[in-house]
Design a protein around this ligand. Structure first.
Ligand code: SF4
Length: 246
């Protein structure tokens, strides 16, 4: 089972990829302030049990965390150690954490982290070359059992070649969604794919984004079709499948 675990809600913008953050859009529509994060009702999800005493999140599940925040957000420092305890208590569940704050990784780890919990996959986001050059050296040096790179929203061509080796389990690429979405150019996507193929790193074209440019022509792609259109491009590359198996 693949599901979400949204531990806390709200975030602070940190880099260019945050400009059109959907959390800010969503909260503006509901008259909420996204820059005052709070723990959600789902915080204790991994350890919740049903009346039969079984975990509500079945063994073998994958939980995507923090999709309306960042796991390493400063405002969440007081809550994170409890989150790590729940993650450690469920080695039979895979937890996926995507972050723009890899610079806070070391300071945010539990004492027993060691070389990385085997049930945690960390994704480092880099939306442009500046953030790739800033974040990926830290990411590569960090003790992480399973790691992948997220270039989403892709804002310009990025040369990932200095950062790709067999420790990177996948690179996933996508455009930006929502009103005012910035353009994603197919040539940028292909450039990253080329670097992945050369390095033997799996590549996934996740979605086109709302404004997709191909051969100089810009296409407005409805939200409903952004994933399908990327899939139809047929450019995913997977020399081997690497992921955590409980
Ligand atoms: S880090 Fe993610 S959730 Fe936080 S402001 Fe940026 S885009 Fe939004």
């Amino acid at each position: 089972m693949k599901d979400g675990w949204n531990l806390w809600h709200g975030c602070r913008k940190i880099s260019e990829g945050c400009a059109n953050c959907y959390v800010y859009r969503m909260d503006a529509e509901h008259g909420r302030d996204p820059a005052t994060p709070h723990r959600t009702a789902a915080f204790g999800l991994p350890l919740r049990k049903n009346r039969a005493g079984e975990y509500r999140v079945p063994s073998g599940s994958t939980l995507w965390t923090c999709f309306t925040s960042d796991f390493f957000l400063e405002d969440a420092d007081a809550w994170r150690s409890e989150a790590w305890r729940m993650i450690a208590a469920r080695p039979d569940v895979e937890f996926i954490i995507i972050t723009k704050r890899i610079h806070r990784f070391h300071a945010s780890l539990p004492e027993d982290w060691g070389a990385g919990y085997p049930n945690v996959r960390i994704g480092c986001t880099c939306e442009n070359q500046r953030r790739a050059d800033e974040r990926l050296p830290l990411f590569r040096a960090a003790p992480i059992a399973h790691r992948f790179i997220v270039c989403e929203p892709l804002l310009e061509p990025i040369d990932l070649s200095p950062y790709l080796d067999d420790r990177i389990e996948e690179v996933t690429v996508g455009g930006e969604s929502g009103a005012g979405a910035r353009i994603c150019d197919y040539a940028w996507v292909l450039g990253i794919r080329e670097a992945c193929v050369a390095a033997g790193v799996p590549f996934h074209f996740h979605q086109t984004g709302a404004n997709f440019r191909r051969d100089g022509r810009i296409y407005a792609v409805p939200r409903l079709h952004q994933h399908d259109q990327a899939k139809r491009a047929g450019i995913d590359f997977s020399p081997i499948t690497k992921h955590y198996t409980p």
